[in-house]
Design a protein around this ligand. Structure first.
Ligand SMILES: C[S@@+](CC[C@H](N)C(=O)[O-])C[C@H]1O[C@@H](n2cnc3c(N)ncnc32)[C@H](O)[C@@H]1O
Length: 275
C-alpha cells in the first residue's frame, strides 16, 4: 500500500486535496473505529472515491488474521483509477457501481461504511434498504456527512450564505448569468433525526448518532471549493472551472469581510446495526 499523494493529482476538481486535512481523517477514523473490528471479514467502502477511507480501513485492520476483504465501490471511473493507483493491497478490490444497486455488486458484507457521500443520494431510504440487504446478521453500517440540517454551528450560517452570494457576484462580474436563491439547492439535506428514522425504517437500529465539531481552515475551504461535487452543489449549472474560480474569489472576499480565517462546522456520525 502506498500513501495518496495529493500533489501528484492532476485532476483540478479531485476530492483528494481535501482528504489530507487532519480533521477529515479524524471524522472518518472516529466512526471507522466503531464498526471495523476483528470478525468483520467483508467490509464495503461504499462511495470510496480516490480511496482515503479505504486506506484508513486497511491501516486499522493491518496485522489482523485472517485479513478482511475490503471492497471499494464508486460510480466514478476516474476516482476508482486513483484508488487503484494508490492502494496495492491484495486484500482490497474496487468495483464500479452505485449504492442504489449495491446488492447486485456485493452479495454479503459484515460492515458497510459510507463516508461523506450519503447526502448525495436522492432517495436515502432506498439506499439504506439496499445496504441492509447485503448486511449479514450482526453486521453494521457506518456513515458520516457534514451536509445535513444541523451542520452549521450557531452563528455561522451567515458565512456559508455569504460565500455563495460573493461567488455568484464574482461570476456575474465575468458576465455569467447565474440563477441564485441564496442556497446550495442541488442536494436534499436530512437532519440527524431524519437519518435515524430512515435507518429504522430500513431495518437498521441506530446505535450511535453523534455530532463532531471541527474547525475548517481557509485552506480546507479552498480545497472543498475546488471539488467537482461541491461546485455542482453550491453553484448548480455552472461549469466546473468557472465555478471553482468563483468559489475561490467568493471565499477570499467573505473571509476578508468577516475578518476570520476558519469556520467551525459539525460532522454527523452514525452507526446502525442490522436487525
Ligand atoms: C465526497 S466523496 C467521498 C469519498 C470517500 N468516501 C471519502 O470520504 O473520502 C463522495 C463520493 O461518493 C461517490 N458517489 C456519488 N454518487 C454515488 C452513488 N450513487 N453510489 C455510491 N457512491 C456515489 C462519488 O463518486 C464520490 O467519490
Amino acid at each position: 500500500m502506498t500513501a495518496i499523494d495529493p500533489s501528484a493529482d492532476d485532476d483540478p476538481f479531485s476530492f483528494t486535496p481535501f482528504t489530507r486535512h487532519p480533521f477529515f481523517t479524524h471524522v472518518n477514523r472516529w466512526v471507522l473505529e466503531r464498526v471495523i473490528c476483528p470478525g468483520r471479514q467483508v467490509i464495503v467502502d461504499l462511495g470510496c472515491g480516490p480511496g482515503a477511507v479505504t486506506q484508513l480501513i486497511l491501516e486499522r485492520t493491518s496485522g489482523q488474521q485472517p485479513p478482511p476483504r475490503v471492497i471499494g465501490v464508486d460510480p466514478s471511473p476516474s476516482a476508482l483509477a486513483k484508488a487503484r493507483a494508490a492502494i496495492s493491497s491484495k486484500w482490497a478490490e474496487f468495483k464500479q457501481g452505485s449504492a442504489e444497486w449495491l446488492s447486485k455488486l456485493v452479495k454479503s458484507a459484515d460492515a458497510v461504511v459510507f463516508l461523506n457521500a450519503i447526502h448525495l443520494m436522492p432517495d436515502k431510504l432506498q439506499v439504506l434498504k439496499e445496504i441492509r440487504r447485503v448486511l449479514n446478521p450482526g453486521g453494521a453500517l457506518a456513515f458520516n456527512s457534514t451536509f445535513f440540517n444541523g451542520a452549521y454551528v450557531e452563528g455561522t450560517s451567515g458565512f456559508w450564505r455569504r460565500w455563495i452570494v460573493r461567488s455568484v457576484q464574482a461570476l456575474r462580474e465575468k458576465g455569467m448569468d447565474v440563477k441564485h436563491d441564496g442556497h446550495a439547492a442541488a442536494m436534499q439535506w436530512f437532519s440527524a433525526d431524519q437519518y435515524s428514522a430512515a435507518c429504522t425504517a430500513a431495518g437498521l437500529r441506530p446505535v450511535t448518532v453523534e455530532l463532531l465539531r471541527i474547525e475548517m481552515t481557509a485552506e480546507s475551504l479552498a480545497d472543498i471549493g475546488r471539488f467537482s461535487l461541491f461546485i455542482e452543489g453550491a453553484l448548480p449549472g455552472v461549469p466546473l472551472k468557472e465555478g471553482s474560480e468563483a468559489l475561490q474569489i467568493g471565499l477570499a472576499r467573505t473571509m476578508e469581510e468577516l475578518k476570520i480565517d476558519r469556520v467551525p462546522r459539525y460532522w454527523l456520525e452514525v452507526v446502525a446495526e442490522a436487525v
